[in-house]
Design a binder for this molecule. Sequence first.
Ligand SMILES: [Zn+2]
Length: 122
Amino acid sequence: MRLIALVIEADTWKEIMPINLNLYPDNWKEIALSIKQSANWTCEWCGRPCRPPGISQKQTEQWLRDYHPEWLSHLYKVVEDDEHGTIRITKPQRFTLTTAHLDHNPANCEVDNLKALCSVLY
Ligand SMILES: [Zn+2]
């Protein structure tokens, strides 16, 4: 599910997955957008707020501070580095909403088969 979702988001999707994309309907972008809008840009699985249109990955931190401060800690991954000690890595992609096919079949665009999901776990 995650792979399909990421492919849709990528600019180079045609090069990444030429075969699978033939299965998507021509109006897939509109379908995917309507699913995300219906979900109010919130992950339908975990309730995570995701960046709406107009908020770039770079703006994710400020957007969270302004609108969803309770989710701010989820933006960071803390790692221990031998050389630099504790490092905080920003992960804006955790707040990217994708439209997923529950049956993993891109040709099945029935509303019941589509869910707006964040790209964290799925
Ligand atoms: Zn989620």
